[in-house]
Each structure stands twice: as structure tokens, then as C-alpha cells.
Design a binder for this molecule. Structure first.
Ligand SMILES: NC(=O)c1ccc[n+]([C@@H]2O[C@H](COP(=O)([O-])OP(=O)(O)OC[C@H]3O[C@@H](n4cnc5c(N)ncnc54)[C@H](OP(=O)(O)O)[C@@H]3O)[C@@H](O)[C@H]2O)c1
Length: 252
């Protein structure tokens, strides 16, 4: 029996897809979560809080590799990643595969600064490492509309474009990467289409069977300017296959 692959954030949108694919490929998996193991969960489970370090030694002990998908989605990710790296080094130094975001070095925004700091922690860790940057997931783009369902209009940031990618496609890539040698920064990954925020909001409304006005809002500041310049896009790496419409129709 080979040692399990630890998936941090294995309960999240992306992590669930990574777990599903590893299991389908016959690979033993250990899911990290702050929650208790669900009664029907067949895989190994590590209850752990990466912020406090509770449960971290047990989580990393005996793993063959780590796919790091956990994120606080706010401040604190750098420390979370530092905690994981330090524990992994003490546990024998497994290959660490990290999911990051396209454009974090050109868009100045607090969450992206955290992600950039995480990449640096990993690059300088001494661990064998691989980092993949992906564009926005379909789930996130859909949430930009669904979060406004009680408003009479849908507000979209003026001039913003997205290249949304399927978490399944990103998970396929992460599974291939964790199955291979440490590769450092690998080519970025984006979805198949670059589309305006308005166009994506319209697609969401069509699939939800709703119609309400879409209002473009001009956002000030450097981060918004970098988004309008396309800093979040990677059209030359449109390697994800799943479209936004395919994602929307798979949810019903
Ligand atoms: N969303 C996007 O558009 C996008 C695009 C490119 C890259 N990414 C990156 O992909 C990764 C996954 O994103 P996602 O959207 O799948 O995230 P998500 O669905 O919000 O899931 C976040 C995960 O992090 C875990 N987590 C949060 N705080 C934790 C803590 N203190 N200790 C341990 N685990 C903790 C959660 O586990 P529990 O709640 O079970 O503890 C959950 O499984 C993130 O690193 C994100 O930056 C996201």
C-alpha cells in the first residue's frame, strides 16, 4: 500500500475534484479539513486547522505528497502555508503542489499579495515543489451573480473580462502534476474563452431563467485598472476545456 496524498482544502470546490480524481485513479488520499470526518467518508481524514496548527503533525505524517488547495480566502494564507511547509519539512519533505492564481504579480490586491507570498514561501522552502496558476473558477464567476439575486439589478465591474475555468480541468492538471516530478512554476492554466463580466452575467441569468438589468460599475484604483488591462487572463494558455455554459447546465 502506497502512502496517502494529503489534499488540503479537500472539502472545497477544487479540492473535492482533486480527491475524486485521485480516488478514481486508485490513489490513497487523506483529506484535510477543520471539520469532523463525515460518517460516510471512506477516505483518510485529517482534522486540522492550518492557522493554529492543531492536528497538523498528524495530517502530514506519512504522506507521499501534498496538494495544497486550502485557503482562508483572506489575510492569513501566507502564515497558513508557512505552517504547512514547516510541518512537511519535519515529516520528511514530500512533494508540495500548490494552486495559485493567474496575474497575482501584476494585480495589486490584498488576497493576491497573500498568494504571491505563499508562492515565495514554497519556492524558498527547500521542499520539492510545483506551482500552478489558474484563472477564476466557474463557481466563483457564478457566485458573482448569485450573490446579487435579491437585488433588482446585477452589478458587474465595467471593462473586466474573465477566462473562467472548470475545477475539474484544473484538478486533472493537479493530479498529473502530483503524479510527476517536482516541476517548479509550470505554465499557467485558463479556461477556453475570454468573456466580459457582462456576457458572463447574461449567461448566468439565461441559465437561471431570470431577466433583470445588468449595470456596469466603473471601479477606481490600481487593482481594477490591472483587471481592465487583462492581468487576470492567459489566452495563450487556454488549456481548460469546460465552458461556463457547460458548468451552469451541469448544476441543474
Ligand atoms: N476560486 C477561484 O476562482 C480560484 C482561482 C484560481 C485559484 N484558486 C485557488 O484555489 C484554491 C482553492 O479554491 P476554492 O475556490 O476551491 O476554495 P474553497 O471552495 O473556498 O475551499 C477552501 C478550502 O480551504 C479549507 N480551509 C480554509 N481555512 C482553513 C484552515 N484554517 N485550515 C485548514 N483548511 C482550511 C476549507 O476546508 P474546511 O472548511 O473543510 O476546513 C476548504 O476546503 C485556493 O488556494 C484559491 O486561492 C481559486
Amino acid at each position: 500500500m502506497t502512502n496517502p496524498i494529503l489534499v488540503t482544502g479537500g472539502t472545497g470546490d477544487l479540492g473535492r475534484e482533486v480527491v475524486r480524481r485521485l480516488v478514481a485513479g486508485g490513489r490513497p488520499v487523506r483529506i484535510m479539513s477543520r471539520r469532523s470526518r463525515p460518517a460516510d467518508e471512506p477516505n483518510e481524514w485529517a482534522r486540522c486547522d492550518l492557522k493554529t496548527g492543531d492536528g497538523l503533525v498528524e495530517a502530514v505524517t506519512g504522506v507521499s505528497a501534498i496538494v495544497h488547495c486550502a485557503s482562508t480566502l483572506g489575510r492569513g494564507d501566507e502564515q497558513v502555508t508557512r505552517n504547512l511547509v514547516e510541518a512537511a519539512k519535519r515529516a520528511g519533505g514530500p512533494h508540495l503542489v500548490y494552486i495559485s492564481i493567474v496575474g497575482i504579480d501584476v494585480i495589486r490586491f490584498f488576497y493576491y499579495d497573500e498568494k504571491l507570498a505563499c508562492e515565495k514561501v514554497i519556492e524558498e522552502s527547500g521542499l520539492p515543489w510545483t506551482v500552478l496558476r489558474a484563472t477564476q473558477f466557474h463557481e466563483l464567476v457564478a457566485r458573482m451573480s448569485s450573490a446579487q439575486r435579491r437585488l433588482p439589478v446585477t452589478i458587474v465591474p465595467s471593462g473586466f473580462r474573465f477566462q473562467p475555468v472548470s475545477t475539474g480541468d484544473v484538478a486533472d492538471r493537479l493530479v498529473a502534476l502530483v503524479s510527476g516530478p517536482p516541476s517548479g512554476r509550470v505554465p499557467d492554466m485558463g479556461g477556453p474563452e475570454v468573456r466580459s463580466a457582462r456576457d458572463l452575467a447574461e449567461a448566468y441569468q439565461r441559465s437561471a431563467g431570470r431577466r433583470k438589468p445588468i449595470v456596469s460599475l466603473w471601479l477606481p484604483g490600481k487593482a481594477a485598472r490591472a483587471f481592465r488591462a487583462g492581468g487576470n487572463l492567459t489566452p495563450e494558455n487556454a488549456t481548460g476545456a469546460g465552458t461556463f455554459e457547460e458548468f451552469l447546465s451541469s448544476r441543474v
